[in-house]
Write a protein that binds this ligand. Structure first.
Ligand code: NAD
Length: 464
């Protein structure tokens, strides 16, 4: 379908948003039509022209105002995210706080986008970071609000307009965020949310000649297609894709902490996390002790109503996801599982697979569910090789009390984000992204700002 045909097509059907913990309808939204996408692109172009001429300090003030308003509405936003994603309320509160932090961090951006002066024969060259123009942001369903903010904040700070297409399953917090941004003083048209499928709206954005960049987070398979189609109009792309991250647990580490941390490191957001450490390599003679601690962790994990403050793990996002996770586990060796509530909701128990071979699909493919493979190893050299034997390279952890080994292994692992004696992957002020098929480019941290700009080089002739 061509862009014009899409623009003519009215995507008439409503979008029904389901609450995964209850299977009840949470909202019914009108899908954005093809012609509404065209109008949003035009409005974005106009708004961007004025925004790019707005002073750095005024841009910064608006971004700070968004952060303030996000904090003011924190509880409402957390409730929306918890109900729509099925994320425990406490985790959703942390997400909202990180969203405010992201806007505040990039509020410093407009005044930090400095260029260089380069002396050359007959004059001087100056470099400028110019905005790209209109940028389309395409986000997944697992952490919709935080991932959107990682893109919106630096893109706006760099002087662009943004069109955000959230995943169909979880559009609600993106819509709230857009309302907040306008209320905080962001000019109309500079940030629009387009609700609907990737196959229609997403394609329209990726192929649109007036859009200069696609910032995408999602699966590797969809990312590959987007990169190919975006290349047709030479769009810039940032791609944050799938993962199959590993934890490497040496016998000299705090084994209990490594096992207890897996409550967040692989069961967090019910495993629907691109950084989930779903392969855990454990030094062979520590496996029994580690499994003992992990059994306690799994048994103690509070799985249930995301709105209950005691809950640590909620449901999966959909019946489709539940079926997919179940299919993997049904053909895998299950060592032990936790509990799940009865009744409606897409529940799947935290699950430990052991003993299991490195080549088993559960140990090679991204599962996106609360499932972890325990893989014994003998030597440092061997475990590095086995860890790197993956098409992915997003995240990972090293657990040991030997500092030199920790750093040696972290340097050798082919991943964009590593943590030592911790499962933390993401901080607003540090770069995040993948090696290999986990993506191209980095988000967050100071350098992400420049990925929303073009470098312009101007020669100034100073000869008399
Ligand atoms: P997905 O790839 O199915 O969809 C992501 C987004 O792309 C959605 O908004 C979807 O509507 C849109 N889309 C789908 N087809 C499209 C097309 N042809 N053209 C344009 N847009 C299209 O991913 P998902 O199922 O929503 O999310 C799960 C995946 O996201 C996992 O693989 C996970 O690892 C990955 N992920 C990666 C990161 C990261 O930062 N690396 C973070 C979160 C999730």
């Amino acid at each position: 379908m061509t862009r014009t045909e899409m623009a003519k097509e009215a995507y008439m059907t409503d979008l029904t948003v389901i609450e995964p913990a209850t299977e009840q309808v949470l909202a019914v939204l009108a899908r954005t039509t093809g012609s509404e996408v065209e109008s949003a692109v035009e409005a974005a172009q106009q708004a961007q022209y004025a925004w790019s001429r707005t002073s750095p300090s005024s841009k910064a003030a608006v971004l700070r105002a968004i952060a303030d308003l996000v904090e003011e509405r924190a509880e409402d936003l957390a409730l929306v995210e918890a109900r729509n994603v099925g994320m425990p309320l406490n985790d959703a509160r942390a997400v909202v706080s990180s969203v405010a932090e992201t806007f505040r961090y990039y509020a410093a951006g407009p005044e930090r986008l400095t260029g260089q002066t380069i002396p050359v024969a007959g004059g001087v060259n100056m470099t400028f970071h110019e905005p790209i123009g209109v940028v389309a942001l395409i986000t997944p369903w697992n952490y919709p609000m935080s991932i959107a903010s990682w893109k919106i904040a630096p893109a706006l700070a760099a002087g662009n307009a943004v069109l955000l297409k959230p995943a169909e399953l979880t559009p609600l917090s993106s819509i709230e965020l857009q309302r907040i941004a306008v209320e905080a003083g962001l000019p109309e048209g500079l940030f629009s949310v387009l609700v609907g499928p990737g196959s229609t709206i997403g394609t329209q954005l990726v192929e649109h000649p007036c859009i200069g960049k696609i910032a995408f987070t999602g699966s590797t398979s969809v990312g590959v297609g987007i990169a190919a189609r975006a290349a047709q109009t030479m769009k810039r792309t940032t791609l944050e894709l799938g993962g199959k991250s590993a934890s490497i647990v040496f016998a000299d580490s705090d084994l209990r902490a490594a096992a207890e941390g897996l409550a967040g490191g692989v069961f967090g957001n019910a495993g629907q996390d691109c950084c989930a450490r779903s392969r855990v390599f454990v030094e062979r003679f520590a496996v029994d002790e580690f499994l003992g601690y992990l059994r306690e962790t799994v048994a103690g994990l509070q799985v249930g109503d995301p709105l209950n403050p005691a809950t640590q793990m909620g449901p999966l996002i959909s019946q489709k996801q539940l079926d997919a996770v179940r299919a993997v586990v049904d053909s895998s060796p299950v060592a032990f599982q936790g509990n799940v509530p009865q009744g409606p909701g897409y529940w799947f128990p935290p699950t430990v697979l052991y003993p299991i071979d490195d080549a088993h699909p559960a140990a090679t493919e991204e599962i996106f569910g609360p499932v972890v493979c325990i893989l014994p190893f003998e030597t440092e050299e061997e475990v590095i090789k086995r860890t790197n034997d993956s098409v992915y390279g997003l995240s990972g952890s090293v657990w040991t009390r030997d500092g030199a080994r920790a750093l040696r292994v972290a340097r050798a692992v082919e991943s964009g984000t590593l943590s030592i004696n911790s499962y933390t992957s993401v901080r607003v002020s540090t770069p995040f992204g993948g090696f290999k098929q986990s993506g191209i480019g980095r988000e967050l941290g100071p350098d992400a700002l420049e990925t929303y700009t073009e470098v312009k080089n101007v020669y100034y002739n100073t000869q008399e």
